[in-house]
Design a binder for this molecule. Structure first.
Ligand code: SF4
Length: 257
């Protein structure tokens, strides 16, 4: 059985879906009016400030310090990742192992965004690795996708000590990279993973529960909110809701294509 089908079977079993459900069947949430979906994707940042990095500096950072994710990105994104790899705009640069920029297809229409790197991400330089990353892989497989078809990133690029929530000044500082990254990606849709990412990107203190099951807008890009895979590992009873969210993402995504 192909690896993707194995992932799908395992994921559906984990979330308690015994009979595969058509990914493209309408769901209650997916049938909601989606005003944002009618809007064309807009550029996220205008006149984003450039960070000047000399050729010598760039050469010096294309070493082991540069995220392994660089191997998977190209063009403007790769250049931006190189600049970010030496960033010291906030205090997290003192405790990080390396900047974790992002991974996946630079031309992806669908971007998944989490909150911040954890211990394994910090060590390996790639977002969503370890058990939570493996669950995300299974979630992607369940909607017929893999990491090569989407782009995966975090709101901030360095690991907060002990995996605490990012502080407001850290989020504000890292917005420099976040906005330029999305501006280069120009996705058709964003899926936010977890409360912190949702609150950060949408600029709200609302609880995750009130942000699910409806469309949001980020600079003209339709946004859906669901649970972080790490939370699903701690609270497996929520996987059924996560599955509903993924179906809504697929249904919304089809409306755009
Ligand atoms: S979290 Fe962002 S702003 Fe802070 S040091 Fe890392 S890359 Fe720079």
């Amino acid at each position: 059985m192909p690896e993707n089908e194995q992932f799908l079977e395992v994921y559906l079993r984990e979330i308690g879906v015994q009979t595969p459900v058509s990914l493209f069947a309408s769901t209650h949430a997916a049938d909601q009016p989606v005003a944002a979906l009618a809007q064309p994707p807009a550029a996220v940042v205008e006149d984003a400030p450039a960070v000047s990095v000399s050729d010598a500096d760039q050469a010096s950072v294309i070493t082991s310090e540069v995220s392994v994710a660089l191997a998977d990105i190209s063009g403007g994104l790769a250049e931006l990742a190189i600049k970010a790899s030496t960033c010291r705009l906030c205090g997290l640069s003192d405790t990080r192992t390396q900047v974790v920029f992002g991974v996946g297809n630079p031309n992806a229409d669908l971007v998944f965004i989490g909150e911040a790197p954890g211990r394994e991400e910090d060590a390996r330089g790639e977002p969503f690795v370890g058990p939570a990353g493996q669950l995300l892989d299974r979630m992607l497989a369940a909607i017929g996708m893999d990491r090569n078809q989407v782009y995966i990133m975090n709101t901030i690029k360095c690991r907060p000590p002990n995996n605490r929530d990012p502080k407001a000044d850290e989020v504000q500082a890292c917005n420099l990279w976040f906005e330029q990254q999305l501006d280069l990606l120009q996705p058709k849709m964003i899926c936010l993973l977890g409360r912190v990412a949702a609150q950060t990107v949408l600029g709200t203190d609302a609880p995750l529960g009130s942000l699910r099951e409806r469309w949001h807008d980020y600079h003209g890009i339709p946004v859906w909110v669901t649970y972080h895979p790490a939370y699903l590992l701690r609270s497996p009873s929520q996987k059924q809701k996560s599955w509903q969210d993924l179906q809504a993402v697929v249904a919304g995504f089809q409306k755009l294509n």
